[in-house]
Design a protein around this ligand. Structure first.
Ligand code: BEZ
Length: 276
């Protein structure tokens, strides 16, 4: 799910995300939704809601849900598909900029597959978490699942390798990463640093079979999610060659033996924290 600021190119295509490249993101959520445990009286802020598939699934079970996301493309799609749900373009690093969100009015803050984008920049990390804290009523819960340490490491490394192969210095390639994949301990320290009480957390390896749609698969994944990396290259031809090289490298490590499906090692970091 998307997260970030309006000062960058909006790389998100809601259509590619939902139907072609990553339909599994909204589908593989039973554990985190179980931890969220939506109740009829709940008022939920969904941080990094993307195109709203999961938000809309929660909406009938709660009193109120508000979705926020940094991508205008995602929110435009959200508003078209689910016009009755409040969804807004908000840079989630600065929830405090929308004063109506940070008035301790929500019983739960929820985030799925978004914090690794939102918390990417160290300078704004604490502020993003503080915004979630300020949004909650006393006793309110912050429930999240995102990428943990080592998430999609094989794809991450292959992308950096193909950039270095094309003359990009390794530190520049590394710094272009749009993600922060922390250890459980680092996430706990960050969340506790903004006043939350840590209730529980876990790391899970979830080998995820990619789609085999035209435009999806590992190629579509690298094009959509690796867009910030690929932007370092000077031409479409170079970008195309880099994508093909990443796919070639991953062919050797990502194919399941029994059915040939392409698998990526997603590592999920989930937690529940509480505002006292
Ligand atoms: C994730 O959900 O873990 C993820 C999705 C896209 C790119 C990187 C990580």
């Amino acid at each position: 799910m998307a997260s970030e600021s309006s000062d960058k190119k909006d790389i998100w295509s809601a259509d590619a995300y939902r139907t072609t490249v990553a339909p599994f993101v909204a589908a593989l959520t039973s554990k985190v939704v179980g931890w969220l445990d939506p109740q009829p009286q709940d008022e939920i802020l969904d941080v990094g809601c993307g195109e709203g598939v999961l938000t809309a699934r929660l909406a009938p079970h709660v009193t109120r849900i508000v979705g926020v996301d940094g991508s205008p493309n995602m929110i435009e799609s959200f508003n078209k598909t689910f016009p009755d749900i409040d969804a807004r373009v908000v840079d989630c690093r600065y929830l405090d900029k929308d004063a109506s969100l940070c008035q301790a009015s929500f019983s739960k803050v929820f985030s799925n597959a978004a914090l690794h984008w939102i918390l990417r920049d160290e300078a704004t990390r604490a502020n993003a978490i503080k915004g979630c804290y300020d949004a909650l009523k006393p006793g309110g819960l912050f429930v999240s699942e995102s990428g943990g340490l080592g998430n999609v490491a094989e794809v991450h490394a292959a992308i950096i390798g193909s950039l270095v192969h094309r003359g990009i210095p390794v530190d520049v390639a590394r710094n272009a990463s749009p993600w922060w994949f922390p250890s459980l301990e680092a996430m706990k320290a960050l969340v506790e640093g903004q006043g939350f009480r840590w209730i529980k957390g876990e790391i899970e390896l979830r080998q995820t079979v990619l789609t085999d749609h035209q435009g999806g698969g590992i190629e579509g994944w690298v094009r959509l999610f690796g867009a910030d990396f690929l932007a370092l290259l000077p031409s479409d031809d170079e970008r195309e060659a880099a994508v093909k090289e990443v796919v070639e490298i991953l062919e050797g490590v990502g194919r399941r033996q029994h059915d040939g499906a392409f698998t990526v090692n997603y590592i999920r970091l989930r937690f529940v924290a509480q505002k006292d």
